[in-house]
Design a protein around this ligand. Structure first.
Ligand code: SAH
Ligand code: DHB
Ligand code: MG
Length: 239
């Protein structure tokens, strides 16, 4: 291919295959799913819950982040079937605690079943309700060492305010889906979730107490799905 021409279909197909190959190899080496993690996805599928959980490599990243900040308490907003919750709770010490918020009672029930199957029921709790109603009740549980935001995207800016409220200097705030196939960078953002992600990105950049980065996550999810080209923001809370 000359440097002046766009890749043709054949090149695009090869690139997609290469990405899938790299993802598969990385996943096999660094983020191999065990029966518990597979079970979470299968339980969700059997109950017709959408497969919008994070990827195995993202899960491993969350686990590494939890361990690297010595997390003893983690807050998750958006449990789904407990898939990300298992990765996070596996980054906690035995007496650590994950609280995961979930608005859908069916999802919450599946997440609880996943935590039970993982032997994590002591360490991982699901609270049911709209996150914006539940967050004020968590003040007695604060501060959290790591907060993972992965629920309805339009409320991300408000979730960030709460995350900072419930943090201490050194807390990591991680947010999934901040790129949305690039729609988060369009002006104006073309849909509500892109608008939420855009506002979130602006806020983490402008906040005087946060140092942040956002990373693209390219998966081999089928190529026009949102999750095939999205990303994750990581912020550290300072004094
Ligand atoms: N973190 C999960 C995926 C979460 S998907 C994983 O990676 O395994 C988003 C979840 O947020 C869904 O289960 C959805 O029901 C939940 N959700 C949506 N709006 C919410 C709200 N207002 N409060 C709490 N949870 C919400
Ligand atoms: C959706 C939500 C997510 O958290 C995600 O990672 C992908 C998609 C959604 O609501 O469509
Ligand atoms: Mg997500």
């Amino acid at each position: 291919m000359s440097s002046l021409s766009l890749p043709d279909d054949e090149q695009l197909r090869k690139d997609a295959q290469t990405r899938a190959f790299i993802n598969r190899e990385l996943q096999t080496r660094f983020a191999l799913e065990d029966e518990v993690l597979r079970g979470s996805r299968e339980r969700a599928q059997a109950e017709n819950v959408p497969a919008i959980q994070i990827s195995p490599l993202q899960g491993r990243l969350l686990q590494v982040l939890a361990l690297s900040c010595g997390a003893r308490s983690i807050l998750e907003i958006g449990a789904l079937a407990g898939y990300s919750g298992v990765w996070l709770a596996r980054g906690l010490p035995r007496n650590g605690k994950l609280i995961s918020l979930e608005v859908d009672p069916k999802h919450a029930e599946i997440a609880r079943a996943t935590f039970a199957a993982a032997g994590l029921s002591e360490r991982a709790e699901v609270r049911v309700g709209p996150a914006l109603i539940l967050l004020p009740t968590l003040v007695p549980n604060a501060p959290f060492d790591l907060i993972f935001i992965d629920a309805d995207k339009s409320n991300y800016p408000q979730y960030l305010d709460w995350a900072i409220n419930l943090s201490h200097p050194g807390t990591l705030i991680v947010a999934d889906n901040v790129i949305r196939r690039g729609r988060a960078f369009q002006t104006p953002p073309p849909d509500e979730s892109a608008a939420g992600a855009a506002a979130y990105n602006r806020k983490i950049l402008e906040h005087p107490r946060l140092t942040s980065v956002a990373l693209p996550i390219v998966t081999d999810a089928f190529e026009d799905s949102d999750s095939s080209m999205d990303g994750l923001a990581i912020s550290v809370v300072r004094e």
